[in-house]
Design a protein around this ligand. Structure first.
Ligand SMILES: [Mn+2]
Length: 365
């Protein structure tokens, strides 16, 4: 019985507005993923890239990963892909390849070292890949080159896995690899894996089994609906993997149109809405409202009132007023700032107006 576990996009070191809680969230779900994977006694763990949030990881995140990597590689083979977050500056260098020097069981896929042949349960497994490439032409060319150069290894392999960290057509507006380019080389592989897209899913339109591994934590509110976990393949059955969910900090994004309301009504509504969503740690509320009255009477100190949330974002968008503001003049001058204040209904805020004009005169003129 052979087992391959895949973990991706752990983003250790992620901070949201310097919130230490988020750093801890990412650490916790990373270690959940590692222990969940180790429960399966895997022969191989593949990391799909973006283990770290930053190309120069902070010391705490570096320690968390290195200690896990040392423990894991003492028992099982490890392959690491290199993600966009792990490439530094215009030279596109990465600390990741250095990790392969920690143990003979650790292999890092890069342009310099794109192929590895491993033995799992008596079968020879070829794993092929390179670091994240930003440009479409470059990624597709690298994919072609990788595939044409793999012959010597793949001939000796019983099964071949392509392991990338790229956006593929169909899942992101700006992708680096088209479905056509992937389809062209896909027959050479038995399994295609990629990090980068944080939602676990099968990549459609490819003849061989292809998957985005998914991330271990939700990184922002657009990922609220994602399930985080570890992807497990048993006995080289690439068509029926198990996706083992791991706990991660909860996120919810609420967007509503309230029509016309007074600031007092909005405040009551927000209070109820926040309290009825206190089961999540991270909450984002965005309301479109035609505010009947003074916009500045809408409360803004929600984070102070409800400190138990890790992130509590409340946006009240005064929709009608914004649409009604039409500045005719193209030439910027203090009078235009006054006109804006008048139309916005905040002309009474003379100090703020004076400050804006002062800033404009100092920096904008
Ligand atoms: Mn990522």
């Amino acid at each position: 019985m052979s087992t391959i576990c895949c973990i991706s996009d752990c983003h250790l070191g992620y901070l949201h507005r310097l919130k230490k809680e988020r750093l801890e969230d990412f650490e916790a779900s990373f270690s959940e993923a590692i222990s969940k994977a180790m429960e399966y006694n895997p022969d191989l763990i593949i990391f799909g890239g973006d283990v770290f949030e930053h190309s120069k990881p902070d010391a705490r995140s570096f320690k968390a990963f290195i200690s896990a990597l040392m423990k894991v590689s003492a028992k099982t083979l490890v392959v690491l892909a290199i993600g966009n977050h792990e490439l530094d500056g215009h030279l596109r260098t990465s600390y990741q390849p250095a990790l392969s020097h920690l143990s003979n069981n650790i292999h890092v896929l890069s342009t310099e070292n794109p192929h590895v042949l491993l033995e799992l349960s008596g079968k020879k497994v070829g794993i092929h890949g390179f670091e994240y490439l930003r440009e479409k032409d470059a990624s597709e060319a690298a994919l072609k080159k990788l595939t044409s150069e793999m012959e010597s290894i793949s001939q000796n392999a019983d099964t071949n896995i392509l392991c990338l960290h790229q956006g593929i057509e169909g899942s992101v507006p700006r992708y680096e690899i088209s479905l056509k380019a992937l389809q062209e080389i896909s027959q050479k592989y038995d399994l295609i894996l990629s990090g980068h897209i944080h939602k676990y899913q099968r990549i459609k339109g490819i003849a061989v089994p292809a998957y985005y591994v998914g991330s271990t934590s939700k990184r922002n509110f657009s990922e609220s609906g994602n399930v985080n976990g570890v992807l497990v393949f048993k006995d080289f059955d690439y068509n029926n993997p198990a996706f083992i969910e791991i706990p991660s900090a909860t996120m919810r994004a609420i967007k509503q149109d309230l029509g016309t309301r007074t600031p007092e009504e909005i405040n009551v509504y927000l209070k109820d809405l926040i309290e009825s969503n206190s089961d999540v740690k991270n909450l984002s509320i965005s309301l479109d409202v035609d505010v009947k009255g003074n916009y500045f009477d809408v409360a803004r100190d929600w984070e102070t009132i409800y400190p138990l949330f890790t992130i509590l974002e409340v946006h009240v968008n005064n929709k009608v007023k914004d649409a009604a503001i039409k500045i005719e003049k193209a030439q910027m001058e203090p009078k235009v700032i006054e006109e804006y204040f008048e139309k916005k209904g905040i002309a009474a805020r003379k100090d703020l107006l004076a400050a804006c004009v002062r800033f404009y005169e100092r920096y904008g003129g």
